[in-house]
Design a protein around this ligand. Sequence first.
Ligand code: NAD
Length: 468
Amino acid sequence: MQNLEIEINTIVQRVLTQLEQTPSHSNGASLSYRGVFSQIESAMAAVETAQRRFNRVSLAQRKNIIQAIRKVSIDKAQEMAEMVVEETGMGRVADKVLKHMLVAEKTPGPEFLNPDAYVGDDGLMIEECAPFGLILSITPVTNPTATIINNTISMLSAGNTVFFAPHPNALNCSLKMIDLINEAIEKVGGPPNLVVAMDVATIELVGRLMKHPKIALLSVTGGTGVVDVALESGKRAIGAAAGNPPVLVDDTADPEKAARDIVAGHSFDNNMPCTSEKEVVVTEGIADRLMEAFTHANALVLDPKLLPQLEAVVLNEKQTGPNRKFIGKNACVILKEIGIQADDDLRTIVVEVDKEHPFARHELMMPVLAVVRVRDFAAAVDLAVEMEEGLHHSAIIHSANIYHMSEFGKAINTTLYVKNAPSYAGLGMGGEGYTSFTIAGRTGEGMTTCRTFTRFRRCSLVGAFSSV
Ligand code: NAD
């Protein structure tokens, strides 16, 4: 009987989907991808209908839908990773596959929405996590599809619908991911168009969407500029912005392990994650051993004489940030520009610089790692805090001294703090806990989950309730 009901539901959903998508020329729905539209109002109408249907979907069915999204994300990980690298020209396919697996498996689902309950002489009060409605999610070029999967699982688990605004340089792969997600949802009998997007991506369009009256909440994953714009929109915004995560290595660290972990974290997807090690601050007593250890850890330590040549390649003309041409490129591609041949699997270019050097001060998002030597632990803490610039994003320490770990953690005050491991342990990869690819250090929600995308609602029942 139950199977028959599910089957009937599936057929009804499919017919409704076809009805919505057949007149696609006139209503602006894109012919090729599910959930993709060429007119804002068509997309809004479709997602509004989807939200109304989703409001009536049972919790069990919501869990089925999330499970289907996890499965398609895993099944298509390789294909989508290849498509992302092909379209954006950034990152490494194998690492992007790992990102897909991570978000598919470790983004919390509806089970994370436990209500708080208070029972006493006056009865019962529960606080429940209710959906906001339609969320605008602005996604970055650095993790386009992984952020879409992560945000979809978080936002739909909480009963919301999503309007995605992908980065223009990752539009095709983002729309393909949205299509796959909608297809997976429909296959288990869920409503069509729970996640939608436009078939074009421009900054002007994102600005219009931010102000659209049907958008209930903004979630922005990107650089500082776009988060600033969202915070000025007049709507509530969850802002996951840039970081410049420092790594502190003190005299008590194991230099070989520290070098291996730093290279692994720093070079993951060619340094594109916002959480990746961006510069190292090392104390004098261990600095030479750490530099030597990098040479055993699949990194190339650059001859200081070649630094001006590397600067000319890696930085923009004004030296105020990275040369966008080399963001996310393999180390060997960057080295080739300065006449050095290297294998494709070389992970990182390590270069010792002074503390004011732009390599240490700017988020480069490429496999070039600045190392700055300082006198002692106190100086290392001060410099690392200065380099993090109060972004409250991520920091890493390699140390065997628990007091140092605690002191640095208090001083740097970041959303993610990783001890004696690659930075990605903080994302739950090789470390405990759930994952998120929208880390809202800027607005304080931290590692976002489905709970982040809910409104808290209180319901009171007065009278004897407890049976204790
Ligand atoms: P970006 O800021 O260039 O773009 C991010 C998104 O914002 C894109 O969809 C883009 O189209 C849109 N956008 C940019 N400027 C806009 C404007 N003025 N108005 C409206 N929309 C605008 O960033 P990116 O290059 O795609 O991603 C890399 C940046 O994102 C890095 O700084 C990285 O640290 C950060 N990031 C942060 C997190 C986090 O969770 N905190 C996660 C991933 C990336």
